[in-house]
Design a protein around this ligand. Structure first.
Ligand SMILES: [Cu+2]
Length: 303
């Protein structure tokens, strides 16, 4: 089952009013800028579009669960209505003395078990997929601080033999010049740069309190705990800018420690990585230039 990234209930309209609201919301989504894929949209309902296979499977599991839950809800609601109509004191003055029904009791025990098993099998499969890290192309170490994130590229060494590492702090309001490229409360000074189609092993810890590194469009959310090393992974399928936030209440500025992750091509990543060994600021400037140049080349080729 391939998910479209849209919430399942947008496919059906319960009434004209609801349909109009949904159509309006859909219009907002359609007119949004192309690279806004990796963040929540105004009026968005449901999960963000998937940029990893794991998140596609999360979408599919959410849809699957939804279509099991809806019939059960309707069935139980229908039973309640039937009981109220058929068995009230006026319609049914002499109550039945039935107390046991073996067949019915077996049915209402076995059926829920079967339903739970139907949930459990895809659920465990998904958990396994999230937890078991495939052979990785690179490792990213993430440290949560009150209230920003620290990143370390453990495979990437500077001339002095240290890993390339930097802090990623929310961008000051007065430094935000481009409202689309630098969304409010999500833009940071130093973005995480990762190559597209690469398995990134993420190791997480924290230096003070528990934080949680969450990247909705990747289907990743993992606690970063002091004195403990947690692991997760992702393999981004599309280049672009993706945003996440700390998802564990960690204190005063919990809401102001966003995650900005830039997925770039392998060539762009290699160039950034090479430059980052000596000068991080220059590496970011060079990357921005390279992305602009590559985009211009693509536009030329398309003409
Ligand atoms: Cu936090």
């Amino acid at each position: 089952m391939i998910s479209t990234g849209k919430p399942p209930f947008r496919r059906r309209s319960a009434g004209a009013g609801v349909a109009a609201i949904l159509a309006a919301a859909g219009g907002i989504l359609v007119t949004a800028p192309a690279f806004a894929d990796g963040r929540a949209e105004p009026w968005q309902v449901g999960l963000q579009p998937a940029n990893t296979l794991v998140h596609e499977h999360i979408h599919a599991f959410a849809d699957f669960t939804f279509w099991i839950v809806i019939p059960i809800t309707l069935f139980v609601a229908g039973l309640l209505v039937a009981v109220m109509v058929k068995f009230n004191a006026k319609a049914h003055p002499v109550p039945s003395r039935t107390t046991h029904h073996t067949g019915l009791e077996i049915a209402w025990t076995v059926l829920p078990i079967l339903i739970l098993v139907a949930f459990a099998i895809p659920s465990f499969r998904l958990l396994y997929e999230e937890m078991v890290i495939p052979p990785s192309d690179m490792t990213l170490k993430v440290t949560g601080y009150q209230w920003y994130w620290g990143y370390e590229y453990t495979d990437l060494k500077t001339d002095k033999g240290k890993s390339v590492a930097f802090d990623s702090v929310i961008l000051d309001e007065n430094k935000r010049t481009d409202p689309v490229r630098q969304p409010r409360l999500l833009a940071v000074d130093n973005e995480v740069i990762v190559p597209v189609d690469a398995v990134v092993r993420v190791q997480l810890t924290a230096a003070d309190v528990i934080h949680s590194w969450a990247m909705p469009s990747f289907g990743v959310k993992m606690d970063a705990e002091p004195g403990r090393l947690n692991e997760t992974w992702f393999k981004a399928e599309k280049p672009g800018l993706y945003y996440g936030q700390c998802s564990e209440l960690c204190g005063r500025d919990h809401a102001f420690m966003p995650i900005a992750l830039h997925v770039v091509t392998r060539a762009q990543f290699d160039a950034w990585a090479q430059a980052a060994r000596t000068d991080l600021d220059a590496a970011y400037r060079q990357l921005a230039q390279m992305i602009d140049d590559d985009a211009a080349k693509t536009r030329l080729a398309a003409r």
